[in-house]
Design a protein. Structure first.
Length: 262
């Protein structure tokens, strides 16, 4: 039995943080197996290739990609660089009629509350590009959620970083750091150093573990920057790993890809 309707298109509005504004960015084209989109003047219109009779099902497919786009852009350009808010959909009515006509039913737009004032600090002239080799996975969502929690001051850097490290080691190496590093094509020294810093550094407010003999070792600014850069790399590599069949085809990440610790 044929479905009586098919989703023709979905429309999203681009938003960004109050610190970011877009000025006359060039349009962007997106082409996936199941939909094709064009981002122009702050509006992304997604033309659905696959057959979806439910707007909800079509949105799940599209928004999984858009969420990956948001996280990928946040890692590269800063959190909140781009976000997508669902606006409406067009649905084709496939019910047979006397002359074989097809009727398009626009779906109502969701209400979106806007702030009264916006403080613009950074003006961008181009949208962050859509991800080429990066997809959403439960690990990516989990890792990014914890990293955002750190940025929002909800947990210390070392606690967040250790969670990310252990998530990666368990997911890709079954508890073995060297195996996880090999699986993700990452220098094992990176995971080893992250493990050492998250286990031995920090003071009474920031340390993950109580220091031996009460001798705390506060993190330096360089170490803080290094840990943040490594965590973002791990999140990206998790998304890249989920997007390809063979991680060995991905560029190997080495210690030289990060700021020196000394």
């Amino acid at each position: 039995m044929l479905e009586a309707q098919r989703v023709k298109s979905l429309v999203y509005r681009v938003t960004s943080t109050e610190d970011t504004n877009y000025k006359d960015p060039a349009p962007l084209e997106v082409d996936t197996k199941k939909w094709k989109g064009r981002l122009d003047n702050g509006i992304l219109t997604c033309h659905i290739k696959a057959h979806y009779s439910s707007v909800t099902d079509a949105r799940k497919e599209v928004e999984r990609y858009l969420r990956a786009w948001e996280i990928d852009a946040a890692i590269t350009c800063g959190r909140g660089s781009i976000a997508f808010v669902y606006q409406n959909a067009e649905v084709l009515d496939l019910t047979p009629r006397d002359r074989g006509d097809v009727v398009v039913h626009p779906q109502a737009c969701e209400a979106v509350a806007l702030a009264d004032t916006v403080k613009v600090i950074l003006t961008r002239t181009s949208y962050p590009p859509p991800p080429k080799v990066f997809t959403l996975s439960p690990d990516v969502e989990s890792l990014w959620h914890r990293y955002e929690g750190y940025l929002d001051g909800k947990e210390p850097l070392l606690t967040m970083a250790y969670f990310c490290l252990t998530t990666i080691v368990e997911a890709y190496g079954q508890g073995d750091r060297k195996a996880s590093a090999h699986a993700m094509n990452v220098d094992p020294a990176i995971l080893s150093m992250l493990g050492r810093l998250t286990s031995t550094k920090g003071d009474s407010r920031t340390a993950r573990k109580a220091p031996k003999r009460g001798d705390s070792q506060p993190l330096s600014g360089t170490e803080c920057a290094w840990i943040q850069a490594v965590v973002k790399m791990l999140i990206r590599r998790a998304g890249e790993h989920a997007a390809c069949d063979d991680s060995s085809t991905l560029p190997k990440i080495g210690m030289s890809d990060f700021p020196p610790l000394e």
